[in-house]
Design a protein around this ligand. Structure first.
Ligand code: GCU
Length: 389
């Protein structure tokens, strides 16, 4: 008896132990119908989806999870700090761009590292990484090279590659996240229960980099693929969901409140993410701690907001925390919205095996053997996917 009581106490005090990793213990759940409006109307075509249901779903995500993203600012300036410097044995040119956004005498600067291939006809498509890891991963000098952002490999395949660091927008820290774009440009957001927090601010930054791409004649701004890993992958999905200028989205190992279904309650759960990272999502989201079924949305609806644009989601076999099966099922459950645009189902009913990628044209998915990470294997598949559309 004593032992049972001790175990129960441990479960309560140590949320890690309370996570479920057993498929047999996934509760029965019903996903909200992405094609049914809140007033109960069934959506049967893309026009109705775009006019009524899509804006409604977007609002639900803003209000209950990611926060409403402000779009107003006074001006934006782009300063090229380095240009026409051939690098990578002449295969690319390095551009470092300071994107500065001004509002009421305050400003925020986003530092973009961009390599453009020299041996390809311009304008070129580009992969934009939202970098949530160390800045050395996107080293402009290439002294340090990282699989997380394999610039040489992407350049060799004919694409440009860019990155910015999340800390330019909001420090990834619960005590200081507000010191960037939030306090400087949008302090009112901090008082709103549906105001954006760090992940909203990072996604806002991706859109400002998109503003820059629209002015760069080397870049095909209609072919920008936004990429993120883990918390960055939650961000890339949110960025692509609301900014329809992004041509496609890669959401790598994004897990809970990224591409994985919340209602499965497998691996990381909402209560856990809100406790460990209270600065990522809005205040309203805290109401759903241990109440996944009360959410008016689930993450398949976030993927659906990207439709008809392509989405590639990944997992890693040892990263059960991010719920590989739940990620695949979310993609699958978004297919009915793609069908409104005449896109036939591309995904099987069940997830493919480990290292068996499914590549496009509209959906990409793989579960890589190994740990939570973004590697050259993952990027190789993103490139194959991008070449398909
Ligand atoms: C933690 C967090 C995840 C997140 C990950 C990351 O594990 O719980 O939700 O995706 O960090 O960003 O690496």
């Amino acid at each position: 008896m004593k032992r049972i009581a001790l175990f129960c106490l441990l479960l309560i005090s140590c949320p890690v132990l309370a996570q479920n990793y057993d498929e047999a213990k996934v509760p029965h759940y019903t996903l909200p119908d992405v094609l049914k409006t809140t007033s109960g109307k069934k959506i049967r075509n893309d026009e109705k989806w775009e006019k009524s249901r899509r804006p409604e779903v977007l609002r639900l995500f803003e209000d209950h999870i990611y926060g409403k993203m402000p779009t107003d600012y006074d001006s934006i300036r782009y300063a090229l700090t380095e240009d026409d410097r051939p690098v990578m044995d002449g295969k690319a040119v390095l551009k470092q761009v300071g994107v500065t956004v001004f509002k009421k005498k305050n400003s925020v600067q986003i530092n973009v590292v961009l390599f453009v291939p020299t041996q390809v006809k311009k304008p070129v498509p580009v992969f934009l990484l939202i970098n949530n890891r160390g800045k050395e991963n996107t080293d402009p000098t290439r002294v340090k090279k990282s699989e997380f952002w394999p610039a040489e490999m992407v350049i060799d395949s004919g694409f440009a590659i860019a990155a910015f660091h999340v800390s330019d927008l909001a420090p990834d820290n619960k005590d200081t996240y507000m010191t960037g774009v939030l306090q400087k440009l949008y302090p009112e957001q901090l008082k709103m229960d549906n105001g954006m927090k760090a992940i909203g601010a990072w996604a806002w930054g991706a859109s400002r980099v998109m503003d820059y791409f629209e002015t760069d004649k080397d870049i095909d701004a209609k072919k920008v693929i936004v990429v993120g890993h883990s918390r960055g992958g939650k961000t890339s999905l949110w960025a692509a969901a609301q900014d329809r200028r992004f041509a496609a989205c890669v959401t790598n190992c994004s897990g809970n409140t990224g591409a994985a279904l919340a209602r499965r309650q497998f691996g990381e759960r909402i209560s856990r993410i809100n406790t460990t990272f209270p600065h990522w999502f809005n205040n309203n989201y805290k109401k759903y701690n241990d109440k996944e079924n009360a959410l008016p949305v689930d993450q398949h609806m976030l993927i659906a907001l990207v439709a008809p644009r392509p989405v590639y989601a990944t997992n890693a076999s040892k990263d059960l925390w991010a719920d590989p099966r739940g990620t695949f099922l979310a993609l699958k459950a978004a297919e009915p919205v793609y069908a409104l645009y005449g896109i036939k189902p591309e995904l099987p009913k069940d997830p493919p095996g480990i290292d068996k990628p499914i590549i496009g044209p509209h959906f990409g998915y793989h579960n890589r053997e190994g740990e939570h990470n973004m590697t050259a294997y993952d990027w190789g598949n993103f490139i194959r996917f991008a070449k398909k559309f």
